[in-house]
Design a protein around this ligand. Structure first.
Ligand code: SF4
Ligand code: F3S
Length: 112
Protein backbone atom coordinates (compact mmCIF):
# COMPACT_ATOMS: atom_id res chain seq x y z
CA UNK A 1 0.00 0.00 0.00
CA UNK A 2 1.08 3.54 -0.67
CA UNK A 3 -0.24 7.03 -1.09
CA UNK A 4 -0.51 8.46 -4.61
CA UNK A 5 -0.46 11.95 -6.07
CA UNK A 6 -3.38 12.62 -8.41
CA UNK A 7 -4.52 15.11 -11.07
CA UNK A 8 -5.19 17.86 -8.53
CA UNK A 9 -1.42 18.40 -8.19
CA UNK A 10 -1.00 19.39 -11.86
CA UNK A 11 -0.16 23.08 -12.21
CA UNK A 12 -0.55 23.53 -8.43
CA UNK A 13 2.63 21.94 -7.08
CA UNK A 14 2.41 23.53 -3.65
CA UNK A 15 5.14 21.16 -2.42
CA UNK A 16 4.11 21.30 1.26
CA UNK A 17 4.04 17.51 0.98
CA UNK A 18 7.78 17.07 0.48
CA UNK A 19 8.65 18.83 3.72
CA UNK A 20 6.80 16.34 5.92
CA UNK A 21 7.61 12.98 4.31
CA UNK A 22 9.79 10.98 6.71
CA UNK A 23 11.29 8.85 3.94
CA UNK A 24 11.73 11.53 1.22
CA UNK A 25 9.84 9.57 -1.42
CA UNK A 26 8.51 12.45 -3.58
CA UNK A 27 9.77 12.92 -7.15
CA UNK A 28 9.37 16.02 -9.27
CA UNK A 29 8.06 16.34 -12.80
CA UNK A 30 7.61 19.57 -14.70
CA UNK A 31 3.85 19.63 -14.06
CA UNK A 32 3.36 17.59 -10.85
CA UNK A 33 4.96 15.48 -8.17
CA UNK A 34 4.64 11.73 -7.67
CA UNK A 35 5.29 9.28 -4.82
CA UNK A 36 7.48 6.19 -5.16
CA UNK A 37 5.19 3.34 -4.02
CA UNK A 38 8.15 1.17 -3.07
CA UNK A 39 9.51 3.79 -0.68
CA UNK A 40 6.26 5.17 0.81
CA UNK A 41 5.68 3.73 4.27
CA UNK A 42 1.99 4.63 4.19
CA UNK A 43 2.20 6.95 7.17
CA UNK A 44 -0.42 9.36 5.80
CA UNK A 45 1.33 12.48 7.09
CA UNK A 46 1.43 14.16 3.67
CA UNK A 47 -2.28 13.78 2.88
CA UNK A 48 -3.62 16.68 5.02
CA UNK A 49 -0.68 18.92 4.11
CA UNK A 50 -1.67 19.28 0.45
CA UNK A 51 -3.81 22.43 -0.12
CA UNK A 52 -5.11 20.89 -3.36
CA UNK A 53 -6.11 17.60 -1.72
CA UNK A 54 -4.11 15.81 -4.40
CA UNK A 55 -2.74 13.02 -2.21
CA UNK A 56 -4.87 9.95 -1.54
CA UNK A 57 -4.32 6.37 -0.33
CA UNK A 58 -4.18 3.83 -3.16
CA UNK A 59 -6.92 1.83 -1.47
CA UNK A 60 -9.49 4.29 -2.82
CA UNK A 61 -11.35 2.97 -5.90
CA UNK A 62 -10.54 4.11 -9.43
CA UNK A 63 -6.94 5.06 -8.83
CA UNK A 64 -5.23 2.55 -11.13
CA UNK A 65 -4.16 5.19 -13.66
CA UNK A 66 -2.61 7.36 -10.96
CA UNK A 67 -0.95 4.46 -9.15
CA UNK A 68 0.69 3.44 -12.43
CA UNK A 69 1.72 7.01 -13.19
CA UNK A 70 3.30 7.45 -9.74
CA UNK A 71 5.21 4.17 -10.08
CA UNK A 72 6.43 4.94 -13.61
CA UNK A 73 7.55 8.51 -13.14
CA UNK A 74 9.03 8.14 -9.66
CA UNK A 75 11.58 5.90 -11.37
CA UNK A 76 12.40 8.61 -13.94
CA UNK A 77 12.07 11.98 -12.22
CA UNK A 78 14.49 13.50 -9.64
CA UNK A 79 13.90 13.26 -5.91
CA UNK A 80 12.59 16.39 -4.17
CA UNK A 81 12.89 16.95 -0.42
CA UNK A 82 12.77 20.74 -0.09
CA UNK A 83 9.78 22.92 -0.98
CA UNK A 84 10.49 24.95 -4.11
CA UNK A 85 8.66 27.92 -5.58
CA UNK A 86 4.95 27.25 -6.09
CA UNK A 87 3.68 28.40 -9.53
CA UNK A 88 2.32 31.96 -9.30
CA UNK A 89 -1.06 30.86 -10.72
CA UNK A 90 -1.37 27.70 -8.60
CA UNK A 91 -4.53 28.90 -6.83
CA UNK A 92 -6.26 29.49 -10.17
CA UNK A 93 -5.80 25.83 -11.13
CA UNK A 94 -6.77 24.38 -7.77
CA UNK A 95 -9.71 22.00 -8.14
CA UNK A 96 -9.97 22.36 -11.94
CA UNK A 97 -10.89 19.27 -13.99
CA UNK A 98 -9.19 18.08 -17.15
CA UNK A 99 -5.70 19.13 -16.15
CA UNK A 100 -4.12 15.82 -17.08
CA UNK A 101 -5.19 15.98 -20.73
CA UNK A 102 -4.22 19.61 -21.09
CA UNK A 103 -1.12 20.01 -18.99
CA UNK A 104 0.51 16.75 -17.87
CA UNK A 105 4.15 16.71 -18.89
CA UNK A 106 6.42 13.64 -18.79
CA UNK A 107 9.43 15.98 -18.55
CA UNK A 108 11.38 15.89 -15.28
CA UNK A 109 11.41 18.76 -12.83
CA UNK A 110 14.51 20.17 -11.18
CA UNK A 111 14.36 18.16 -7.96
CA UNK A 112 16.21 19.19 -4.83
FE1 SF4 B 1 5.76 10.08 2.59
FE2 SF4 B 1 4.09 9.14 4.46
FE3 SF4 B 1 3.16 10.53 2.37
FE4 SF4 B 1 4.11 8.06 2.00
S1 SF4 B 1 2.27 8.63 3.17
S2 SF4 B 1 4.53 9.86 0.73
S3 SF4 B 1 5.78 8.01 3.51
S4 SF4 B 1 4.51 11.32 4.01
FE1 F3S C 1 1.22 18.59 -5.34
FE2 F3S C 1 -0.10 18.94 -3.12
FE3 F3S C 1 2.39 18.27 -2.99
S1 F3S C 1 -0.30 20.15 -4.96
S2 F3S C 1 3.26 19.20 -4.80
S3 F3S C 1 0.78 17.04 -3.87
S4 F3S C 1 1.36 19.68 -1.65
Amino acid sequence: MAYVVTEACIRCKYMDCVEVCPVDCFYEGESMLVINPNECIDCGVCEPECPAEAIVPDTEPGLEKWAELNAKYSAEWPNITVKGETPADADEWKGKDGKFDQFFSPAPGKGS
